[in-house]
Write a protein that binds this ligand. Structure first.
Ligand code: SF4
Ligand code: SF4
Length: 380
């Protein structure tokens, strides 16, 4: 049986799985995903956030409001903060917020900062990230520019996005960022799979990133326009087998079709830019259950643990031999199986998944004329 330490060492403790296992036993939260903005200029065709270049920032939480939430989180014992997007670098106070948490929580607090880094053009800002962000999720679609352009049409972003993003990543390296604490996030979506190995080779062998932590594309929000690009189960398996190979660790396959497995997910909840709470950043905003402008984070967690976190999934994920570290991606179960408490149908280890997943794919064909599910995703 795969042990927690077998996967933890591969991530160089970025996710603190051992500590999370302790927290999970006590039904406590270890992580908070803080989506400080939904603005992003990267223009990925499958992302809702990219459509909102003119995202109305007037209702975003202010610096003061985020600090209040951070105070509450630290008091609850939360020690890992992930910064998904939008692109957090587009908020002028991103480093003020990171620094505040560092001072508040001390050395125990870790930051996991996600971005395409195309907006990173300033060496001083790169240095700030070196100082403040313990780990980086690097969203980059393909080392082959023509493939990159397939998911970055010019009506959604600059034709120079590929160069900008690569330049931003190299600026971080020049500023002294340790590449072993960079984690590659290529979303698993059809057009990108043909170059996945070359992209992995570039990032693992040339740059020296520590891991791959990408997830399966879920067509929601504007992503519904490209719903036909949902990968097959065989393609999903191929990418995660490639991850195990590049990370030189077959144990990674025990995480199924998930970026990090269950220890991250069952000890983390998410706050959207307007202060609303949901179980995972990739779920749509219709799944938010509380507003932190009105309530305290601790009260929200105590009152809503059962609706924020899945206990034992129904079906195969609940009895799988990997269930101590994986319970499938709850968002895959939500979108592809229409039941977030069900098993993950996109997993090759789930014998009942094929039928559910194929039914979903057939449904996409039939429904693609109509409106899709609500927005979700970012850095799939
Ligand atoms: S069947 Fe479910 S629990 Fe088992 S590896 Fe796959 S996703 Fe994870
Ligand atoms: S997927 Fe990520 S990088 Fe791409 S547009 Fe959305 S937020 Fe930006």
């Amino acid at each position: 049986m795969v042990e927690i330490k077998d996967i933890s060492k591969c991530y160089r403790d970025a996710y603190q799985f051992e500590k999370r296992a302790e927290y999970a036993k006590q039904n406590k939260l270890y992580g908070l995903e803080v989506e400080i903005t939904r603005r992003c200029f990267s223009g990925c065709s499958y992302c809702y956030a990219s459509f909102v270049k003119k995202w109305d920032t007037s209702n975003e939480l202010t610096t003061k409001e985020w600090k209040r939430i951070f105070d509450q989180a630290i008091d609850m014992g939360i020690r890992c903060f992930s910064w998904p997007g939008g692109d957090a670098l587009l908020r002028s106070d991103w480093d003020i917020l990171l620094e505040y948490l560092k001072e508040k929580g001390g050395d125990e607090v870790r930051h996991f900062f996600a971005s395409p880094f195309s907006a990173l053009t300033d060496y001083r800002k790169a240095k700030r990230l070196v100082e403040l962000a313990d780990d980086l999720l690097v969203h980059f679609d393909s080392i082959n520019k023509s493939t990159f352009l397939e998911t970055h049409p010019v009506n959604r972003c600059s034709s120079a996005e590929w160069e900008r993003s690569l330049r931003g990543i190299h600026l971080l390296l020049d500023a002294g960022y340790d590449p072993r604490h960079m984690h590659l996030a290529v979303p698993i979506i059809k057009p990108l799979i043909k170059d996945m190995e070359a992209t992995f080779d570039y990032f693992f062998d040339y740059i020296g990133v520590g891991s791959y932590a990408g997830g399966v594309f879920k067509p929601a929000g504007r992503g519904w326009d490209v719903a036909r690009l949902v990968p097959s189960r065989a393609e999903i398996r191929y990418v995660y087998e490639l991850r195990a190979k590049k990370m030189n660790n077959p144990a990674m396959l025990a995480l199924g079709p998930t970026a990090t497995g269950k220890l991250y997910c069952e000890t983390t909840i998410a706050v959207n830019p307007e202060g609303c709470v949901k179980g995972c950043d990739t779920l749509p905003d219709s799944e938010t259950i509380a507003d932190l402008r009105q309530e305290n984070l601790k009260d929200v967690w105590e009152k809503n643990k059962d609706s924020l976190k899945c206990p034992v999934p129904e079906g195969h994920c609940g009895v799988c031999e990997n269930r101590h570290i994986c319970y499938g991606c709850r968002a895959n179960a939500y979108y592809f199986g229409r039941n977030w408490k069900g098993s993950d149908p996109s997993c090759w280890n789930n014998p009942d998944g094929s039928e559910v997943y194929n039914e979903y794919l057939t449904g996409i064909g039939a429904a693609s004329e109509g409106p899709g599910p609500e927005s979700a995703c970012r850095h799939q």
